[in-house]
Design a protein around this ligand. Structure first.
Ligand code: PRX
Length: 668
């Protein structure tokens, strides 16, 4: 008779995965147990990769991805345009890599997704890889039956329900590019994106649960498709509520799926074919359609998931990011599925029905890898240690962050209270444009240092430059840039706007250097990097990327507003929050009603995530002689920091007036 030892069954539970540095306070390294387990633990990988990054990625592409046809050239690059291509002429399908290739292995019956609905009285939905494969095939056939072809664009405006990943994988299966729009964006914001992408079909839902209430998403979707090229709207029945339904145009997901065949051959895609478009905020009012192409994105998504989260077959991995953002694309869909991982997807609010909901989910599902944003950590930290301590979180073995700099206090709380002082924290730096994470410590190598992301991953070259383009010394602040060969998943262009692409990323230091718009400095001799935030007019509000210009556009449409400038102010929990400086037309006064109306404008044009924290009524905005608003000065004033030289302003007196309004105190 065979007996098993209980300690073998859950042998990873509660293991000490990190050790403290013997000298440096708050610096941690992988323990022997972690080094032994980790997918990567030999630091030589950095050296090998840097000797020949192209050969390094060539090997990774062969090992990690199933190709229908091999490439003829690994990397091609022309700085004058600039154009860079990876795995040229290689053929593959990313949906095939996420699903089909697992079917001949034991993973066929492995849980691909554990979906957790917000209402506690509803059952979780568990889908195996085979289940997911069938659903994706069926939905791919549904799209085909509506005339969607390779190269077409499909809008996806869905909450966090399994249909969102099914829809994405179905699009890429038939070679249609998806454009996922975050479900908390307004109908107007959806419309702008659908028009720009010229989407043929929109996939949405009747609604979803948020904080116990049903949200009618279909009403926003109806607004969003007005005046667009969308011919059909496919509606998932999530709430079962009565929603507006236009016969002929609107179709129920479940009815279409009932009739669909469960086999749809994956389209053979060129490595440089369009995989998806994802809109993100830049320094103008118009969101940019970031283009990601199939081959390079797939290779990077696959490997970075394996490296950053040290994914193993038995892990239960939970990334809390909404699929509407790039983190959701790469680490809540493509990356983990290509790795054959089990993901947890949660529909609802962090604090519903109680603020320990996330900890309850970790306990109940035995989550081993947890990936979230510093904002959420700060918010949960404020609520105290009692809530997480009510739950057994010892299943966790790796915890990670993304989206904004994490302050030391939040890092240490996350490390101590959530990670139990056992788990490494992987602080991943990346952008919508980079497609996947690029700067972080490797779990099996370390170090893990509060507020320091780590080194660029193997095969990637970053520098921190001065304004003049000179490399900085350790500790000296500068601009973060990437050098060729660029990461395989890097943005290929901006959809329908190649000039903007050139201007945004390749004009500051020329066509040889990708400009990130982030500031930072090299922290130590190892080359670990600390990121300090955006240096352009983009804010990270609760981890969400929002442009000041978009908010300004919305506010200035109100008849009471003459002019307005929005800047990011530091915020204890959200990291940053917008503050709007407004000038009123004569005859108007600032009242709570006006503030409520402005809030409605923002909600209508963008969504509640962009609501200013505060409005400051002023008479004049500081401007240069050429009429440019000096947001830098406003930013300093709001932080009570010195404003520097203002003599070159057209209206230096405006600064004094604003100082009074914001209660600025001269430094002693
Ligand atoms: O400023 C950096 C910040 O988020 C920006 C990119 O935002 P987005 O395109 O929405 O992608 C977010 C998810 C990858 C960057 O330019 N950022 C992202 N990760 C970090 C970060 N800042 C500091 N530390 C990070 N780990």
């Amino acid at each position: 008779m065979g007996y098993c030892n209980m300690s073998d069954v859950m042998s990873d539970r509660g293991v000490q995965w990190v050790v403290a540095d013997p000298v440096e306070k708050n610096v941690f390294w992988p323990s022997e147990a972690l080094k032994k387990k980790a997918n990567v633990s030999d630091p030589k990988i950095y050296e090998i990769a840097s000797k020949d990054p192209v050969a390094f990625w060539d090997n990774l592409a062969k090992e990690g991805i199933t190709w229908f046809k091999p490439w003829t050239e690994t990397y091609s690059w022309n700085p004058s345009i600039p154009v860079y291509k990876w795995f040229v002429n290689g053929k593959l399908n990313i949906s095939y890599n996420a699903l089909d290739r697992h079917l001949d292995t034991w993973k066929r019956n492995k849980a691909a997704m554990i979906w957790v609905p917000e209402p506690l009285n509803e059952q979780c939905r568990v889908m195996t890889y085979y289940d997911l494969y069938r659903e994706v095939n069926k939905f791919a056939n549904v799209l085909k039956s509506l005339g969607v072809k390779k190269g077409d664009r499909v809008g996806i405006y869905l909450p966090m329900i399994p249909e969102v990943q099914i829809a994405m994988l179905a699009c890429t299966r038939i070679g249609a590019a998806h454009s996922v729009v975050f479900s908390a964006f307004s109908g107007e914001a959806l419309k702008t994106r659908l028009i720009d992408a010229e989407a043929k079909v929109l996939i949405t839902a009747d609604g979803y649960y948020y904080r116990g209430k049903g949200v009618n998403l279909k009403a926003n979707a109806d607004l969003g498709i007005e005046g667009t090229s969308v011919k059909n709207v496919i509606v998932v029945k999530r709430l079962g509520t009565n929603v507006n339904f236009v016969s002929g145009r609107d179709l129920w997901w479940n009815e279409l799926m009932e009739k669909a065949d469960a086999k749809c051959a994956p389209e053979e895609m060129d490595s440089e074919d369009l995989n998806f478009i994802l809109y993100t905020s830049g320094s103008t009012g118009k969101p940019k359609g970031v283009e990601h192409h199939v081959g390079g994105y797939a290779v990077q998504a696959y490997w970075t998931t394996k490296w950053a989260f040290d994914i193993h077959d038995e892990d239960i991995y939970w990334c809390t990011a909404d699929v509407g953002w790039v983190t959701g694309h790469t680490y809540n869909c493509y990356g983990p599925f290509m790795n054959g991982a089990t993901i947890v997807v949660y529909e609802g609010a962090v604090d519903y029905p109680a603020p320990d909901r996330w900890w309850k989910i970790i306990e109940e599902h035995g989550v081993t890898i947890f990936y979230t944003a510093p904002t959420a950590i700060r918010m949960l930290m404020k609520l105290g240690d009692e809530l997480p301590k009510k739950h057994d979180l010892t299943s966790l073995r790796l915890i990670a962050t993304v989206g904004e700099p994490i302050n030391e206090e939040a890092w240490l709380w996350y490390f101590r209270v959530i990670g139990g002082g056992r788990c490494p924290i992987i602080d991943t730096w990346w952008q919508t444009e980079t497609g996947g994470t690029l700067i972080h410590s490797l779990p099996g190598i370390g170090p893990y240092i509060p507020s320091v992301a780590g080194r660029p991953i193997p095969g990637i070259r970053f520098s921190i430059l001065t304004e003049e383009g000179k490399p900085t010394e350790i500790g000296e602040g500068g601009y973060l840039v990437q050098n060729s060969p660029f990461n395989p998943g890097l943005i290929r262009t901006i959809w329908k706007d190649p000039d903007k692409f050139k201007e945004t990323y390749w004009s500051v230091y020329g066509g040889n250097i990708y400009y990130t718009s982030d500031g930072g400095f090299v922290y130590d001799k190892l080359g670990d990097i600390r990121l300090t935030g955006r240096v352009d007019d983009v804010m990270k509000v609760a981890g969400h990327r929002v442009s000041t210009a978009e908010i300004e556009n919305a506010i200035t449409q109100h008849p009471a507003i003459v002019e307005c400038a929005v800047v990011a102010a530091p915020h204890e929990i959200k990291g940053e929050a917008p503050v709007a400086f407004i000038i009123l037309k004569s005859g108007y006064s600032y009242t709570p009603e006006l503030e409520a109306e402005l809030r409605k404008y923002i909600d209508k044009m963008i969504g509640p995530i962009a609501r200013p924290e505060k409005y400051v009524l002023i008479e004049d905005l500081p401007k240069t002689r050429s009429g440019k608003i000096m947001r830098r000065i406003l930013k300093s004033l709001i932080k009570n920091a010195p404003v520097g030289d203002i003599t070159t302003l057209q209206n230096p007196e405006s600064v004094q007036a604003i100082k009074e309004r914001v209660g600025y105190k001269e430094p002693a």
